[in-house]
Design a binder for this molecule. Structure first.
Ligand SMILES: NC(=O)CCCC[C@@H]1SC[C@@H]2NC(=O)N[C@@H]21
Length: 551
């Protein structure tokens, strides 16, 4: 293998069809062409800069908000590249029904570049197999074309996230493909939170480079895109090529080329009219070897524990007294509101494009801005009216300990997990509150669940402890030193550090390190204000447990 390669990810400002009803194949092709034309332009730019591989986001070709019927005209039958050699750009026999594959294949061939894109696959069922009523299976699918235009990989997403339009594959697919610059594995969006196939690719198949098309809504305080995706690269010591949609209206943003030691390039722009972005970086084909971390607890001289903590729920607007506390004695509860998607739409308008790089204020740009604003309003109205942005409370029963001293060693425990924090703040202010939080339980949202063990130091939204865990992007606090660790009963602990730059989320890797389940700040004083430092443990083996720590 070549020792390094040049990667690109494109955060794509989606053209979002807003028909929300079943359309003809030719209408579907017209819709998808609007996105594919942008892909072609970005691929050309990437190729002119000698990029080897470019990754586009999940749902980036056909968009969001489909049901099982309305997605049909956007689907194609994608062959299995492990069974047949298929170069759609080279052949002239079958053109009907595979137009998207032909477009991507020719894009790859004409630019001499690997292309990874996400599209929809359909498979008519065999007569003897159990099948959905409509007689076919529909899959959320990543495809990879090599620089000659050959289809070299096809991956069907395993962990669907409120995607009624698609079926879950009956067996988990572990898909890799070889290039002159290394072996790559593929996962899609929600897959990243689960063991199979994500962890299997790294641990069993030795993958060092992970392709990751995603449509990820930020979910602060623990699961914003850049925060968790950079932590995945750090924990598993892989390069992660994460291409997200750019759809700030619904909090889809945050892409990056993440390596274990640092973030090579990332983009975070939550401005409503902000543009998409092409990120390019050179990365080592084989970053440092993956070794499992050992848990090394250090528990001397820490104050706190269960009795000192206040118990809170990530999620509601108003505080209330929890008279019937679960395991940790009676404490307050609070919760904030998080938007999540539920795909069940019907509408008639044609579509809207959200790539609005408006530049300086001129008469024309002001006119554009007003025009774009009207479009966004339309999209927003259609989506909300059709139940797309349903409100969901995040009910995890976190327990928080406020940091009231400028300097202290504190601890807080819940169930099996104790979190330890040794810190000194640089500036103590009554204007903001930081707290140490703990959670050990099954995180549940609307039928989906995953078991987490979390230690988090975060800046609370307001100065009352009831606001701790509510999403905020604003912070001013600096720490002279900070060491955070926990006693986890899983070895999979993702290290996350988020800082705030004038109300924007930022990553910084120079000022901290992660070793043995421990985040430790170094080079103190130069960092931006801290929003959160998190040890996000995943207990994959307990995902199917019935034990919940939610309220
Ligand atoms: N398209 C997908 O598969 C997205 C799934 C991941 C989204 C993560 S999971 C928990 C958070 N809630 C969100 O809305 N985004 C985050």
């Amino acid at each position: 293998y070549r020792p390094s390669y040049r990667a690109a990810v494109y955060e794509h400002a989606l053209f979002q069809p807003t028909h929300f009803r079943t359309v003809s194949r030719s209408q579907a092709l017209r819709d998808m062409k609007k996105n594919l034309d942008i892909y072609a332009e970005q691929t050309r730019i990437a190729s002119s800069q000698n990029v080897d591989i470019i990754v586009f986001p999940e749902d980036g070709i056909y968009g969001l908000n489909f049901n099982r019927d309305t997605i049909k005209p956007y689907l194609e039958d994608i062959p299995d590249p492990t069974e047949i050699t298929w170069n759609p750009c080279n052949q002239s026999e079958y053109t009907n029904g595979v137009e998207v594959q032909i477009t991507l294949s020719c894009m790859a061939r004409n630019n001499g570049i690997y292309i990874v894109a996400n599209m929809g696959d359909k498979k008519v069922c065999d007569a003897d197999s159990i099948c959905p009523d409509d007689g076919q299976r529909q899959y959320n699918t990543d495809v990879v074309f090599d620089p000659q235009g050959n289809l070299v990989a096809r991956y069907h997403k395993q962990h669907l996230y409120f995607e009624a339009q698609f079926d879950t594959p009956s067996t988990v697919e572990r898909v890799t493909f070889d290039t002159p610059f290394g072996k790559f594995g593929i996962i899609t969006c929600f897959d990243i939170l689960f063991k199979s196939p994500a962890v299997d690719l790294v641990e069993d198949l030795g993958v060092k480079n992970v392709i990751f098309p995603t449509a990820w809504m930020d979910s602060l305080p623990l699961l914003s895109a850049i925060q968790f995706h950079s932590a995945f690269a750090k924990l598993f010591k892989v390069n992660l090529l994460a291409a997200n949609l750019h759809f700030p209206l619904f909090n889809f943003h945050g892409s990056g080329i993440y390596s274990p030691r640092r973030t090579e390039a990332y983009y975070y722009n939550d401005g409503l009219f902000s543009p998409g972005k092409l990120l390019i970086a050179d990365v080592k084909s084989s970053p440092t070897h993956y070794r499992r971390h050992q848990v090394v607890p250090d528990t001397h001289g820490f104050r706190g524990g269960n009795s000192l903590g206040a118990s809170f729920v990530h999620g509601q607007d108003t505080a209330e007294v929890n008279t019937q506390s679960r395991r940790n004695g009676g404490h307050y509860n609070t919760a904030s509101r998080n938007g999540i998607i539920s795909h069940q739409l019907a509408d008639q308008a044609s579509g809207v494009h959200l790539n609005n790089d408006l530049g300086p204020l001129t008469h024309r740009s002001i006119r554009n801005r007003i025009h774009n604003h009207a479009h966004l309003h339309r999209v927003n109205r259609h989506m909300v009216e059709n139940g797309w942005a349903t409100i969901m409370a995040d009910n995890d029963n976190y327990q928080y300990l406020p940091l009231t001293e400028p300097k202290a060693k504190v601890k807080i425990c819940q169930n099996e997990v104790c979190c330890y924090l040794d810190y000194q703040k640089q500036n103590t202010s009554n204007d903001e509150l930081y707290a140490l939080g703990v959670f050990d339980g099954l995180h549940q949202i609307e039928g989906l669940s995953w078991y987490t063990q979390v230690c988090v130091l975060l800046k609370c939204e307001f100065t009352d402890i009831a606001s701790c865990g509510q999403p905020t992007k604003i912070a001013a606090g600096h720490f002279e030193y900070l060491k955070l660790w926990g006693t986890f009963t899983t070895e999979y602990v993702f290290p996350e550090v988020l800082v705030s730059d004038d109300g924007k989320l930022r990553l910084e890797h120079e000022h901290w390190k992660y070793l043995h389940n421990r985040i430790e700040f170094v080079n103190r004083g130069k960092e931006s204000p801290l929003l959160s430092a998190t040890l996000y443990g995943r207990h994959y083996d307990r995902d199917n447990s019935t034990v919940s720590n939610s309220v």
